[in-house]
Design a protein around this ligand. Structure first.
Ligand code: 6PG
Length: 482
């Protein structure tokens, strides 16, 4: 056996990860793919990588030095289970199986529980950064046992992106923690993308600027506090001209957004955990709405605002700056909500997740990498028990400086009939958090009226019920707790 690490599944992500591993000093990489053509293509195109290629699981496993470590890079789902069982039947106690796909963390918890009695380590790990990240340095979010990380950590650190001298990898927590955090990363990614799309739409509809002109605005934004990978690629996409028609590419792309599921999982789990990730939810639903072709076609003639809205000249410039600020504020909310979900998940599933470490490993390599993740890392370093990102001094000030603009943008969007579900819901969330009193009191009254669901009072402990269908006097339903 000559390889210290193996990769199973050689589609683009797997191939690129294998090449990344092979390019690092000290690694010899075994590769295997169900159909051997892919293996041959990879080894043929990259002789410099010195891959140890196998055409059977037996040979693949035999080519790995002990403790054997293999990373599975196949489409999440049934395929993953099949590969896992092939490896489990050949691996020995102490060996490590890593699932680097976008698995549902519930599956990862189940798989880990099934495999750990054999003595084999099963590590579900999030890997973000798309094809380019896999090749040149992704952000890596491993779960699994602490013990497995002793072997795996250095290997992953050698291929991860580097942010300010630190590799973008950390042991997130046990069993499904890595895939949970990757799921939330993707939820934030959905929110970020939706916010950027809303900003583009507002500017285009409001100012009539072309996609190429708006590309320049995003490129400019990318030099400031909004600097991020998603803003950068937005400018690239908006700049692109379609060769066939000569039109901006964005105008010939069908406006129905796809989704592979991680955004929806983020929201499903947020609902289960009772965490208000409204920005992420709106982003997922906005994609769903875009794909409801029949409903959209049936609705195009529904009445909208009676007056046309547009801005020009200095007013347009001011509006664009307002949109930039609204985007920044909404983005802070999206990340804040995502981190809340990580905290809730960690509590529910017993993971010791360090929020500051997560912010750090998201600073480079991953899709949501952004300059302001440094500020998030600092906020959690300053106060590890911070209850909400938005109340950390830096973010409090950032929102204070943007909130007037944010309100103007949401108001204009509503008046102009431009859908901004993520901008609007983020602002509503912010105002909800700030409110000294919420109408939740009325909801408690309603619940007590129709279902005797009881309520608590602001002025004394205890649980109360009003005899709504009787004389409407109040009774205490259980002894007061103190
Ligand atoms: C990443 C991405 C990646 C995911 C895309 C597509 O972190 O590299 O999140 O894992 O495949 O985001 O997701 P959707 O198809 O659901 O948009």
């Amino acid at each position: 056996p000559s390889a210290n690490i193996g990769v199973v599944g050689l589609a683009v992500m797997g191939s690129n990860l294998a090449r990344n591993l092979a390019s690092r000093e000290g690694n010899t990489v075994a590769v295997f793919n169900r159909s051997p053509e892919r293996t041959q293509t990879l080894t043929g195109e990259h002789p410099e990588a010195g891959f140890v290629a196998s055409e059977s699981y037996d040979d693949f496993v035999a080519s790995l030095a002990k403790p054997r470590t293999a990373i599975i890079m196949v489409q999440a789902g049934k395929g993953t289970d099949a590969v896992i069982s092939e490896l489990v039947s050949r691996f020995e106690p102490g060996d490590i199986i890593v699932d680097g796909g976008n698995a549902n963390f519930h599956d990862t918890i189940r798989r880990e529980a099934e495999i750990s009695p054999t003595g084999i380590h099963f590590v579900g790990t999030g890997i973000s950064g798309g094809e380019e990240g896999a090749l040149n340095g992704p952000s890596i979010m491993p779960g699994g046992s602490v013990e497995s990380y002793e072997t795996l950590g250095p290997i992953l650190a050698s291929i991860a992106a580097v942010a300010e001298g630190e590799p973008c990898v950390t042991h997130v927590g046990t069993d499904g923690a890595g895939h949970f955090v990757k799921m939330v990363h993707n939820g934030i990614e959905y929110a970020d993308m939706q916010l950027i799309a809303e900003a583009y739409d507002l500017i285009r509809q409001g100012t009539g600027k072309s996609p190429a002109e708006i590309a320049e605005i995003f490129a400019e934004w990318n030099t400031g506090e909004l600097e991020s990978y998603l803003i950068e690629i937005t400018a690239e996409v908006l700049r692109q001209t379609d060769a066939a028609t000569g039109l901006p590419l964005v105008d010939v792309i069908l406006d129905e957004a796809g989704a592979k599921g991680t955004g929806a999982w983020t929201v499903q789990n947020a609902l289960d955990l009772g965490v208000p990730t409204s920005g992420i939810a709106e982003a997922v639903f906005a994609r769903s709405l875009s794909s409801k072709r029949a409903q959209r076609e049936a609705s195009v003639d529904l009445p909208g605002p009676s007056t046309e809205w547009s801005v020009a000249g200095a007013e347009a410039d001011a509006f664009i700056e307002d949109v930039r600020r609204a985007l920044y504020a909404s983005k802070i909310i999206a990340y804040s909500q995502g981190f809340d979900e990580i905290v809730a998940g960690a509590e529910q599933y017993g993971w010791d997740v360090k929020k500051g470490d997560i912010a750090k490993i998201w600073r480079a390599g991953c899709i949501i990498r952004a300059r302001f993740l440094n500020r998030i890392a600092e906020a959690y370093a300053d106060d590890p028990s911070l209850v909400a990102l938005v109340v950390a001094p830096y973010f409090r000030d950032a929102v204070a400086g943007t909130q007037e603009a944010w309100r103007r943008v949401v108001a204009i969007a509503a008046q102009a009939g431009i859908p901004t579900p993520a901008f609007s819901s983020s602002l509503a969330y912010y105002d909800g958090l700030r409110a000294p009193r919420l109408p939740a009191a009325l909801i408690q009254g309603q619940r007590d009226f129709f279902g005797a669901h009881t309520y608590m009072r602001v002025d004394k402990p205890g649980v109360f019920h009003t005899l709504w269908s009787g004389d409407r006097s109040e009774i205490e339903t259980t002894p007061s707790s103190h």
